[in-house]
Design a protein around this ligand. Sequence first.
Ligand SMILES: Cc1cc2nc3c(=O)[nH]c(=O)nc-3n(C[C@H](O)[C@H](O)[C@H](O)COP(=O)(O)OP(=O)(O)OC[C@H]3O[C@@H](n4cnc5c(N)ncnc54)[C@H](O)[C@@H]3O)c2cc1C
Length: 267
Amino acid sequence: MATPQKRRPKIFTVRTSRYLSPHMIRVTFAGPELEGFPEGHEGANCKLVLPREGESREDFDAHFGPEGPADNIHPVRTYTVRAFRKDSLELDIDFVAHGDEGPATRWAQQAREGSFLGFFGPSQPKITEFYADWYLIAADLSALPVAEATLEALPKDARGVAVFEVPSRDDIRPVEAPESVEVHWLIQDNVHMPSTAQIDFIREMAWPAGAVQTCIAGESSVIRALRDHLRNERKVPRKNTYISGYWKIGLVEDEHQKIKRAETAAA
Ligand SMILES: Cc1cc2nc3c(=O)[nH]c(=O)nc-3n(C[C@H](O)[C@H](O)[C@H](O)COP(=O)(O)OP(=O)(O)OC[C@H]3O[C@@H](n4cnc5c(N)ncnc54)[C@H](O)[C@@H]3O)c2cc1C
């Protein structure tokens, strides 16, 4: 079967782009290409194919024949469907503004009305059934979109704890969550250094009784520590945990994905 990159992406056009906070950009795509986009896929991931600097839409489009691209000159990155509004055919994707070194963050920082990119997906949402006594949500900025989508999808009477790690106080934003979910914000200003803020918080917090379901994602070394804690110390069954490394300090996404695949194969 052809890999997603070998097929032809849809091309989505930017309607608006704005900073939600100093390190988070919301890009809203709109237009007839979003006709038929599935509802209820908030939190699902998608693959974004990024045009090269200065590339015209015609050249970008012409690059993808029916058999796929002639070569892999366009970087592909994984992002999350933050929101889709069927009535206005609008799709929101939130991008961490983490500097100039990544093509996706660079694209988002320059995105304006009329900017475009290629889109594959979406996949299935990460958590489709909520059956736990309480919920543990943990995320850095890259995983805030999946965490927010999960909080919004939880039953209104859900109980739980949400722990968000952000690089500055100004990145703290109101999030919609059930009343009985406590929301905690941790500040870690140097995102290029491995952080223990989330694992320290989760180790020390009072662990509620009953079955827990998790939605946890973020930097790979943080995720490794949290996964070990959940499996080995808290004995949380694998089926109740969505936990995933979304990026890794010092690695571009393709290298990080390669390591993740090797680890999954070895597990
Ligand atoms: C399922 C899934 C869903 C995701 N959803 C989102 C989402 O909705 N929004 C989002 O912003 N990200 C999301 N990510 C993470 C995103 O794919 C990576 O951060 C990706 O590396 C960004 O690509 P880039 O081109 O900006 O940087 P790359 O070219 O991949 O990397 C360049 C450099 O930037 C560093 N870097 C990458 N990401 C970050 C970061 N977040 N903070 C600091 N440094 C970083 C890398 O370590 C590397 O040194 C998701 C990842 C997965 C697996």
